[in-house]
Design a protein around this ligand. Sequence first.
Ligand code: B12
Ligand code: SF4
Ligand code: SF4
Length: 376
Amino acid sequence: MDVKKLKEELIDFSKEIGIDKIGFTTADTFIELKNRLIKQQELNYQSGFEEANIDKRVTPSLLLEKPQSIISIALAYPAKMRVRVKSKTGERRGIFSRASWGMDYHHILRDRLKKLEEFILTKVPNARLKSMVDTGELSDRAVAERAGIGWSGKNCAIITPEFGSYVYLGEMITSIPFEPDSPIEDQCGTCTKCIEACPTGALVQGGQINAQRCISFLTQTKNLIPDEFRDKIGNRLYGCDSCQTACPVNKGKDFHFHDEMEADPEISKPLLTPMLKMSNREFKTKFGHVSGAWRGKKPIQRNAIIALAHFKDISAIPELTDILQNEASSVLKGTAAWALGKIGGESALAALEKAKKNETDNEVQQEIEKGLSFYK
Ligand code: B12
Ligand code: SF4
Ligand code: SF4
């Protein structure tokens, strides 16, 4: 097998199938990452969405027999919506972060990796290959960094010189000893714009995140959002882009290479009030194909309620009152109670006082009290 030639052929093929950047690295254990992951775990800085087994996260040989290399891929996604949203006065909208625009990226990257696998297998039929995107054991960023895709920014993102940090990452562990590429130099320098831009102080220092404070994480949780973060969430329905929009490297970068990644503004920047009454079926039909839908309807609805409170949208009071009175989920009820207090006014006060008399759930009662406290 001519591995050098195969690498060149793979690079050419990757361009044909819509992979924007490809890099190669060894299948060696990620020693530095292991210490980092242990530290993050000890500090309770992890999100809980990561693979729990740290050894598996850093040891490719636990995932594929006798691995020889890892191929890292990156696909650039748009920073701006092509179609502008048309809002009438008074209409309030929420926003999905860019990584949730268009079709769920997991499907798109898995498709590209599958095509790469098929290509390799036509050339090396006995090759052992294992691909993953986001939900796999490996750290997609650590692989990409070592494979020279980009540097690891102070905002934690992998930043490519060509496309900035708006790239999705995926990788394939292989049994083929491809020549590794070299990592690229850290280009953050003395800049600290992302750390300053983070609304919650989640970037505790350059390159270190406390995921428990990260808005992206908070929008994906299922419980009540802790009080200190509610105002900071603003109108974000899923994810957060602030540490990327602040980054000077991303300035002017907006790539539209993949039609599947184009945002439909009615989905990526939807009207808030109609989201409160959606059936499961309506949610699935409208939002089921986006990556931000992975936790289901309720977290997004909770975030929509917080967004309505952020806008102090008086027109939403009847819907919020209805949730407070009739909804089964205590998280939605409680968030609605808090939002009614934030929005204020007499009808919201009446709704809160009525609910105070009837509500039996302690958690919701506490939120009603919080709502009422805004009137004092
Ligand atoms: C858990 C998770 C989250 C958590 C925690 C994020 C985090 N920074 O750890 C939450 C929910 C908060 C999150 C949010 C987001 N995520 Co996320 N997430 C993941 C996931 C599943 C695991 C990440 C992980 O293991 N983190 C643990 C940390 C410790 O490791 P790491 O970041 O992977 O690796 C770096 C560090 O270890 C660092 N490091 C190692 N040792 C040392 C030592 C020192 C001294 C220093 C400074 C650094 C350092 O270098 C590594 C390489 O950069 C990955 C997919 C995957 N399987 O890897 C996606 C992934 C990282 N997420 C991604 C995205 C797009 C996002 C969001 C932008 C989405 C959004 N718009 O809301 C935000 C960005 C938030 C941020 N600033 O990081 C992309 C990143 C693409 C890119 N260009 O970097 C990934 C790779 C998914 C994908 N396949 O595309 N995410
Ligand atoms: S995604 Fe938002 S909250 Fe999370 S670290 Fe970046 S700026 Fe901070
Ligand atoms: S904002 Fe500055 S410090 Fe942060 S990732 Fe971008 S270049 Fe690096």
